[in-house]
Design a protein around this ligand. Structure first.
Ligand code: SF4
Ligand code: SF4
Ligand code: FES
Length: 325
């Protein structure tokens, strides 16, 4: 076991735990954002640098600080390590620089992007972004590539996090796409066209942290915060059949995997469940999805309305009690 202190909170974690996962064990605000690491995908992480942290003491044996911010998803803890995330203004400035780089070529077309409302880059841009860009060069453009009936690729929004590549590698029979070239001209290879032709390919949509890969069957149907998510399941021979259904009225507009608090899917689902089961009768509905109140998706959500009613009635009782006095 190793003792590590993150933002003045001490925790003991098994040897070999990364700083990011140690922070997740603490939970709350000290958890660094992660745009490329995905606990369900092996070898993910190390590409985006959004998870950087400052190590002010390497270990109890060697207390020297690490000279530069390190990627917390790829750095394992040492006994006696001291880490700063939100308690270091320098680190937050460095992260703002990472976000600025991620946005250099990004179109930021959130008003027409299906990912808006559940986009980690949008959140990061909001939390760390600047009002203006300092980038004066021509933005990257790409030829539109049609990757089939179910997934829409917007290469300009891609942040090259490699998650979709890992999905193709680890969930489908053979990876046939990847990142071609390096640096400014790097792009997800056109062979992605072949990767989508298998029954688990839709999971690329769920793991993509931005709007580079979106669901064609849901495209432009509704802003996500106007839909109501509920947990549902069905007997599926290909996957667990445990999904999240996104309703508008009585229509199922979209089916996705269920995601945890870090935006990672709990269990990957097959394309049949995702794209071909859009009738209520296909599903056994369990309960409304719990949505974090700080998410825009929680707007108008009935789970919150119930809470709101409770708050209002508590407030009314308080007022009535006050009037009686
Ligand atoms: S990917 Fe995210 S940040 Fe980019 S346009 Fe879409 S919602 Fe906005
Ligand atoms: S398409 Fe999405 S998942 Fe794939 S590398 Fe780009 S941002 Fe990552
Ligand atoms: S989440 Fe660690 S480098 Fe991307």
């Amino acid at each position: 076991m190793a003792k590590v202190t993150i933002d003045n909170i001490e925790i003991e974690v098994p040897d070999g735990t990364t700083i990011l996962n140690a922070a997740r064990m603490i939970g709350g605000e000290v958890v660094p954002p992660a745009m490329c690491y995905y606990s369900k995908l092996k070898t993910s992480g190390g590409y985006c640098r959004t998870c950087i942290v400052k190590v002010t003491q390497g270990s109890a044996k060697d207390p020297r600080p690490m000279p530069k911010p390190v990627a917390s998803c790829r750095t394992t803890v040492m006994d006696g390590m001291v880490v700063q995330n939100i308690t270091s203004p320098d680190l937050l400035e460095a992260r703002a620089g990472v976000v600025e780089f991620l946005l250099i070529n990004h179109p930021l077309d959130c008003p027409i992007c299906d990912q808006a409302g559940e986009c980690h880059l949008q959140d990061l841009g909001y939390e760390h972004g600047k009002m203006n860009t300092r980038y004066e060069f021509k933005r990257r453009t790409f030829k539109q590539i049609d990757i089939g009936d179910y997934i829409k690729l917007h290469m300009t929004r891609c942040i090259l996090c490699y998650r979709c590549v890992k999905v193709a590698e680890q969930l489908t029979p053979g990876r046939v796409h990847g990142v071609m070239n390096r640096g400014d001209v790097a792009e997800i290879s056109t062979y992605i066209q072949n990767a989508v032709d298998n029954e688990m390919s839709g999971n690329m949509i769920d793991v993509c942290p931005v709007g580079a890969l979106t669901d064609k069957t849901f495209r432009f149907k509704s802003r996500v915060w106007f839909t109501k998510p509920v947990e549902g399941h069905r007997d599926c021979p290909k996957c667990s059949g445990k999904v999240r259904l996104w309703f508008k009225g009585n229509d199922v507009l979209r089916v996705t995997a269920r995601k945890d608090q870090y935006g990672e899917v709990e269990e990957f689902i097959c394309n049949d469940c995702r794209f071909h089961k859009k009738n209520i009768s296909d599903w056994i509905v369990e309960k409304p999805t719990h949505i974090d109140r700080h998410s825009v998706i929680s707007q108008n959500h009935y789970e919150n309305l119930a809470q709101l009613k409770l708050d209002v009635s508590k407030q009314q009782k308080k007022l009535q009690a006050g009037n009686k006095k």
